[in-house]
Structure formats: structure tokens, C-alpha cells
Design a protein around this ligand. Structure first.
Ligand code: SF4
Ligand code: MG
Length: 334
């Protein structure tokens, strides 16, 4: 599959002063990341809050400007796109926000909210816009008759459906969900996940799902990028990540997730301690302050990102030793 979206050596540094980063007024939220998103896949970007995953998503969609590095969309560089080019990107690369309560204007009707991208990006007449809004509401499972209602008249799950309808209005090629279900009740999460999956099939979308939890992404992603303090520490297929994670951080994340198979004993150490301050990340391997396998080398030298046969990536000095029992099967050529 060809990459639809790609970044090379992408960095984003925010300058303070912010409360969180009082002492050191700069934080590099995304640090020299190279990544490809393949057409038609669902790529999950996973990490704790503060890992830079939302920032990476926004950089890829050009909702934020990069401090360094390059972004490409369909083979064309978009790092400095502006004017009509940026407008086209706004249409084709859409985002669904985490909080359906905050992301919808409470003073606008559903018809105006969902119709806004049509008003901005198309020359449709008022009647045609209205017909299209009704069709979009049906697509996301809401009755068109509700178009004149306001956001407060809807439940959380319904509001997220409105956000999805708005994102679909401009017929995007790619949809980024920034924690698209984490603000919803567990009972509603599965419905929205199912909706996203069926829309992906129906419209041939590429998806990026940003999430702090692993459970949601297991059934909806093809590949998973695991982020830690602004860097990708592991990138692999969803099965590899869940069944045979190589990086100690991925292993700890999975061990710390709510038990997916109750009764099966945990074999990996749980995640210890808190995320270090992103404004002054640890030397060497950034995970070294929490890693059960840390050595002096880890404290001093930043591990390089190794690409293994088959394409999975891991950035750890000791991944082979740590996974010795399994490495024979893991790195066998496909
Ligand atoms: Fe742990 Fe060292 Fe690997 Fe970092 S490089 S994850 S500290 S073993
Ligand atoms: Mg976030």
C-alpha cells in the first residue's frame, strides 16, 4: 500500500510560559518522528497523556505547523501549504474531537453545524445543503428530523455522531479520531467504534486513531504506533503489538491494561511511576526511569529506531535480550 500521509523527522517545540512547564519554558512534544500512514489502513497512535500523540496527529493534518521536518500528503509536500492548497487539505483531512460536548457550538442547530463545511467548501444551494445534511445524519444513524435541534438536546454518543457527520460533510479521504470515544460511556463506546468502522468501509477512508487506552484500538486498527515522551518507541501490526510486543514500554502498557483475558496470569511487569516532565525528558532512552531492564547504556545513549524484517520498528538497546525466548519466531521473515 502506498503512503497517503507521511512525515519525516518531524518535530514540534512549544515555547512557554505555561503552568506545566514553568521551569523549562520549552517542550518538544514531538521529537524527530518519521512515519507513514498507508492508504486505507487504520493506524492507531497510542500513549499516555503528555506523550505527544495528539500533537503528532495535528501536525500530520497540518492543523499545527511543524517546527522541523516535513509532511507529505499523497506524495506532495504539505509542510508549508497555505491558501487554496491548505483549504483543500482542510477538506480532505478531517478530525473528530475527543469531547463531543465541547466541540459543538451550543448556539448552532445541528443543521448549521453539519452544514458549515458544505457552506465553506462547496457551492451547494441552501436546499441542496439541507438535503445533504439530512443524508449525512442518516449515515451516522440520526433521524434527519432532528436537524433543527441544538447540541444540548442530544446524549454524548449522539453528539459524537453529529461530530462525525460534520467531519464527513466535505467527503474527506482521511479521518483522524482524537480519542473519539474516551469521553463516552462504555456502553456507547462500542456503538461509535462500530459506526466508525462501517463508515471506513463505506467511504474507503484512511483512519488515524489517537488513544491513551489499548482496548478500544485492538479491534479497529491495522497498525499501532506507541509513543513515549514525543517519540515512537514501537510500531507494528496490531497483532504483533498485542501478542508479541517487543518494547518494554509496550509490554508494560499491555500488562497494565484492564485484563483482557481474565484468569490468564500476567507475565510482564506493570507500568511503574509517572510520566517524567516532557520539558526535561530523561537522558539516553527516555523510558529508562521506568524500565525494569535499564542499564548504564540506556541512561547515556538514545536507542536508534530499528526496522526489522517485515517492517515493524522498535527503539530499545536490549529488545533482543529481553525477548530472547520469542525472538526466533518474531523476526522470522514473512
Ligand atoms: Fe529499557 Fe534500556 Fe530498552 Fe530503554 S533502551 S526500553 S531503558 S532496556
Ligand atoms: Mg490528547
Amino acid at each position: 500500500m502506498k503512503p497517503i500521509l507521511e512525515c519525516r523527522d518531524l518535530s514540534k517545540t512549544f515555547a512557554g510560559p505555561t503552568q506545566l512547564f514553568k521551569r523549562n519554558k520549552q517542550v518538544t512534544a514531538v521529537d524527530r518522528i518519521s512515519l507513514q500512514v498507508k492508504a486505507g489502513e487504520t493506524l492507531a497512535i497510542v500513549g499516555e497523556s503528555g506523550s505527544g500523540k495528539s500533537t503528532l496527529g495535528r501536525l500530520l493534518l497540518r492543523l499545527l505547523a511543524a517546527s522541523q521536518g516535513q509532511v507529505f500528503y499523497q506524495g506532495e509536500e504539505i509542510t508549508h501549504a497555505n491558501g487554496a492548497h491548505l483549504n483543500r487539505l482542510r477538506r480532505e483531512l478531517q478530525i473528530i474531537f475527543q469531547d463531543p460536548f465541547a466541540s459543538l457550538n451550543p448556539r448552532m442547530t445541528v443543521e448549521s453545524i453539519v452544514g458549515e463545511p458544505l457552506w465553506l467548501h462547496t457551492k451547494l444551494t441552501r436546499d441542496d445543503r439541507q438535503a445533504r445534511v439530512h443524508q449525512l445524519l442518516r449515515t451516522v444513524g440520526l433521524p434527519p428530523a432532528w436537524a433543527q435541534r441544538y447540541p444540548h438536546e442530544f446524549s454524548g454518543g449522539q453528539r459524537q455522531r453529529i461530530g462525525i457527520a460534520r467531519a464527513l460533510a466535505s467527503e474527506p479521504t482521511l479521518l483522524l479520531g482524537d480519542e473519539p470515544v474516551s469521553a463516552l460511556d462504555v456502553s456507547v463506546q462500542a456503538q461509535v467504534v462500530n459506526l466508525l468502522e462501517s463508515l471506513k468501509q463505506q467511504f474507503g477512508l484512511t483512519m488515524i486513531i489517537v488513544a491513551h487506552g489499548l482496548a478500544v484500538i485492538r479491534h479497529m486498527s491495522d497498525r499501532v504506533a506507541v509513543m513515549y515522551l514525543g517519540q515512537i518507541v514501537e510500531l507494528a501490526s496490531v497483532d504483533e503489538i498485542f501478542d508479541a510486543p517487543l518494547h518494554p514500554y509496550t509490554q508494560a502498557l499491555i500488562a497494565s491494561a484492564p485484563q483482557m483475558q481474565p484468569g490468564v496470569p500476567r507475565t510482564q511487569p506493570l507500568l511503574q511511576g509517572d510520566l517524567p516532565n516532557p520539558a526535561s525528558p530523561p537522558s539516553g532512552c527516555r523510558f529508562h526511569t521506568r524500565c525494569p531492564y535499564v542499564t548504564d547504556e540506556c541512561r547515556q545513549l538514545e536507542p536508534i529506531n530499528q526496522v526489522l524484517p517485515g517492517g515493524r520498528q522498535v527503539a530499545c538497546h536490549r529488545w533482543q535480550e529481553i525477548n530472547r525466548d520469542r525472538s526466533a519466531i518474531l523476526i522470522a521473515p514473512p
